[in-house]
Design a protein around this ligand. Structure first.
Ligand code: COA
Length: 136
């Protein structure tokens, strides 16, 4: 099935929520208010790229960037039925193409580090500190 890519930030909240459930990031117990605002982080991002098959959202990624020095990738997800078809790499490639001279950062698990290394990312030995979010 052919996949097309879009850059609109205004992703339908219900489809986005379903994609997050499909990849295990949401457990489906979110309130109606949360679901109705599910695309807020995407609306507030610098770059959004989504993948679609037959009007179904099958992949997404978003970027927060200062548009010069530093850009951070968030929420890269591909629906399980569409994984291992190059969609994730294409989503990331389209993001990095916006600011090719920027430093690109992504936070991930040790298990997925190799995935990003395959796209040219290098694991850095820096310490990141955080004030935990209320959400996760
Ligand atoms: C991670 C994810 C986005 C990858 O998307 P995808 O579209 O399936 O990936 P692609 O098809 O672009 O790439 C698949 C390739 O990466 C490789 N790969 C997958 N996981 C890997 C890993 N943990 N380490 C190294 N390589 C890996 C595959 O072997 C495959 O290699 P090939 O191109 O040589 O065949 C997808 O599995 C997903 O949505 N996972 C759940 C959400 C998640 O964890 N997102 C990452 C947040 S940081």
């Amino acid at each position: 099935m052919s996949v097309n890519y879009e850059t609109t930030k205004d992703i339908p909240c219900e489809q986005l929520h379903q994609l997050f459930i499909a990849v295990g990031w949401s457990d489906g117990t979110e309130t109606a208010n949360m679901i109705n605002n599910f695309n807020l982080p995407f609306l507030n991002s610098t770059v959004v790229v989504t993948a679609w098959a037959d009007n179904n959202l099958v992949g997404c990624v978003r970027v927060l960037s200062d548009q010069m020095f530093r850009s951070v990738i968030y929420d890269l997800a591909v629906a399980p039925a569409f994984q291992n078809q190059g969609i994730g790499k294409e989503l990331v490639r389209r993001c990095t193409g916006y600011y090719p001279d920027s430093e690109w950062l992504v936070g991930t698990t040790p298990k997925l580090a190799g995935y990003y290394e395959g796209m040219g990312f290098k694991t850095v030995e820096e310490v990141y500190l955080s004030i935990p979010s209320k959400w996760f």
